[in-house]
Design a binder for this molecule. Sequence first.
Ligand SMILES: *[C@@H]1O[C@H](CO)[C@@H](O)[C@H](O)[C@H]1NC(C)=O
Ligand SMILES: *[C@@H]1O[C@H](CO)[C@@H](O)[C@H](O)[C@H]1NC(C)=O
Ligand SMILES: *[C@@H]1O[C@H](CO)[C@@H](O)[C@H](O)[C@H]1NC(C)=O
Ligand SMILES: *[C@@H]1O[C@H](CO)[C@@H](O)[C@H](O)[C@H]1NC(C)=O
Ligand SMILES: *[C@@H]1O[C@H](CO)[C@@H](O)[C@H](O)[C@H]1NC(C)=O
Ligand SMILES: *[C@@H]1O[C@H](CO)[C@@H](O)[C@H](O)[C@H]1NC(C)=O
Length: 512
Amino acid sequence: MTMVSPLWLLLLLALLWGPCEGSGAGVNFRFASYIGDHMVLQKEPAGAVVWGYGEVGGIVLVTLHQAQETIMKKIAYVKEQSETWIVVLDPMKPGGPYNMMAKHITKKKIYNQTIYDVLFGDIWLCSGQSNMEMTVSQIFNASEEEAKAVAYPFIRILTVALVEAKEELEDLASVDLPWSLPTPKNLGHGNFTYYSAVCWLFGRYMYDTLKYPIGLVSSSWSGTPIEAWSSWRSLQSCGVTMEEKHLYNGPTDHSILWNSMIHPLLNMTLKGVVWYQGESNAYYNTDLYNCTFPALIEDWRQAFHYGSLGQTQRLFPFGFVQLSSATSKQKDDGFPRIRWHQTADLGYVPNVRMPNTFMAVAMDLCDRDSPFGSIHPRDKRTVAYRLHLGARAVAYGEKMLPYQGPLPEKTELLADKKFLKLDYDQKIQVQKLDDKIYEISCCIGHQCEWIPAPMGNSSSQTLALKVDSCHHGTVTALRYAWSTWPCEYKQCPIYNPSSTLPAPPFITFIPS
Ligand SMILES: *[C@@H]1O[C@H](CO)[C@@H](O)[C@H](O)[C@H]1NC(C)=O
Ligand SMILES: *[C@@H]1O[C@H](CO)[C@@H](O)[C@H](O)[C@H]1NC(C)=O
Ligand SMILES: *[C@@H]1O[C@H](CO)[C@@H](O)[C@H](O)[C@H]1NC(C)=O
Ligand SMILES: *[C@@H]1O[C@H](CO)[C@@H](O)[C@H](O)[C@H]1NC(C)=O
Ligand SMILES: *[C@@H]1O[C@H](CO)[C@@H](O)[C@H](O)[C@H]1NC(C)=O
Ligand SMILES: *[C@@H]1O[C@H](CO)[C@@H](O)[C@H](O)[C@H]1NC(C)=O
């Protein structure tokens, strides 16, 4: 049964009134600010959401064209109060280009606006702090990487402008780089501007794998704690108060960037999110991160699903980079605690508290001589490579693809108490021996102390640690790589068999 929608009747009536064509002048008719020429819209199975502003009482007709052919028509009315209209396009196969026209029919006039060169593909949103903001011009082999840009005309990039807001904004206040094709200039605009190297290289690896258009939206800001990117709801769920903090060089007020740089994007249909943040929480609300991070993921998922009228998957894939290393004069454990909390204290993802997530371990990609400070390592290509392996396995369901390094499944104190035997969940590649990177908690009575457990012999999936230095006491816990700078560049002790994925850091109790 087909029914004529009341909206179509209204449209017909409006046209019979005979309004004349007009320019947009005088009426607030436009697309949302992130909708523009050269954009990518999310492909099937989801429907892309398109919205904008118009005059209350008017109707908006959105049409999609390829060559001279109209291939889709959608109609919406302008809502009162918000003065916005919104349509959900039919699911589209990847490809393009298309032109998308919106006609606004009001009692007096008909207005139109056209967006040219629209592609359908997968949209990834990239967010976080300075290591996400770092541009292609700042990384190793910068000019070589920039020169490759022209080979990727089906990857399109956008950068959200740095804006703070005390209240949730409906539309972006501004865009730094509107939807663009990648060029050496767009990828290397300047230090910490655009384009995000991690985002770009991740997208490039995904394009090489998927061979269809990829849209990258970067919304990141240096020196920002997770609280700035979290909604009031998610902070409240972790017992974080709304007090204002002025600890860093970036904006730090709670929810201040959620309001301005994430909330306006909620109506966009997207494939997933990639996140690189945590340095600013190594000294601030550190032990809340095991709550605030899973809560942010859950809250963003809910909000993007709801904002896109159910088109963005409820549990969309969420990838992130585990903190790299930094030289620090302070002797503290902020970095390892954040690395651990980034996995909700389980050491691996996805896990029960963080379903459908993937992680790039980066603690072995240190860069002592980085001109931007050791906290900003220049090897972002390996970061993006590891991230894209996670995306292929978790977000695109590629089976049998190794995407995370080895973790012990079982620890056993051998009868002579001289060795602690670790059974890993996969084959291990011992890159080098290290006498200090494994540590045991050795307790005599209630006095416990972390002491090194030197690496001993190993077989394909097991490793023996020497723990005889605790023969007077009891070994109660074991930790690995629990420091700000656990190993030199690509020189951690344990990798997966192909030597591409380092064993992640962990801490675990030893059953007595
Ligand atoms: C769009 O509006 C302009 C006037 O601003 C008009 O000349 C043009 O014919 C309109 N295009 C369509 C397809 O309605
Ligand atoms: C970026 O930073 C580097 C290292 O400090 C400096 O040499 C370069 O001039 C900066 N580039 C711009 C565009 O400011
Ligand atoms: C987070 O970590 C802290 C410190 O280890 C711990 O006390 C707390 O119970 C953890 N919270 C959650 C929600 O896992
Ligand atoms: C975008 O989604 C939010 C819900 O998260 C909704 O309140 C708002 O009206 C939507 N925008 C438009 C233009 O419909
Ligand atoms: C830089 O380029 C060289 C030569 O192509 C390559 O061997 C090296 O792995 C690259 N380094 C990074 C970090 O991309
Ligand atoms: C280490 O070597 C000893 C004796 O050489 C052997 O009994 C033990 O099984 C080895 N341990 C591992 C983890 O391979």
